[in-house]
Design a protein around this ligand. Sequence first.
Ligand code: GSH
Length: 230
Amino acid sequence: MLILKSFEPAINVRCPSAFGLKADALLAMSGLEYKVVPGDIRKSPMGKLPVLIDGKKIIADTSLIQKYLENAHGVDFDGALTSEQRATAKAIQRMVENHLYFAMVHFRWIENPERVRDTLFKNIPSLPRKFIFKMVLKKVKQANEGHGISRHDLSDILAFAMEDLEALSVLLGAKPFMFGKKPTSVDASVFGALENIINSTETSDLQDGARGFENLVEYCDRFRDEVFND
Ligand SMILES: N[C@@H](CCC(=O)N[C@@H](CS)C(=O)NCC(=O)O)C(=O)O
């Protein structure tokens, strides 16, 4: 059985990490047997989660997890796509994971650190919690500053993210999923981020803005229903 080391459900989402939720979605779409267990970033090869374990094989990074499921288990996520659609999917995935994700992290962590401490870290006993949270928050701030997005004013960060959301909304249009009736790998990526923005209990101006895109709200509900039966 495949094991996905990731994060426990919290804040009204089955995984409070966009990448953890993406990997969970890819596995659910694969039809393979798997289970999700809590992981420890300190023990993961890249210092990040999620990580897939398949017997002795350890696969860190969701793009590598996708490739591994395709190559080692014959899963065909994107076989029906044309080469142009695959190129578009790659561009969408990169926008979501390397831009929108960091805006989401800014609104969740940097704008509301105490709320993250009290929700996502609530299971850690209160004495070490303060220390661990301080350390993690420092890393998150460094990563977001390094990316560059968190050096901007909040209004600009919101505007950048809204442009990404608008692009997703226009590309989705009236289709059930990004490329038609069936979800493909890029939908796992898009759902992982959108579900965390739109449906988590971590309210923000970004969430309010995202909820204004009716087709993206419906897309999250549809994906959850069809892929997870939740
Ligand atoms: N490119 C990686 C990104 C994974 C990632 O950034 N995971 C975050 C949680 S959402 C993490 O573990 N961060 C811990 C850290 O950077 O220290 C993937 O696709 O799996």
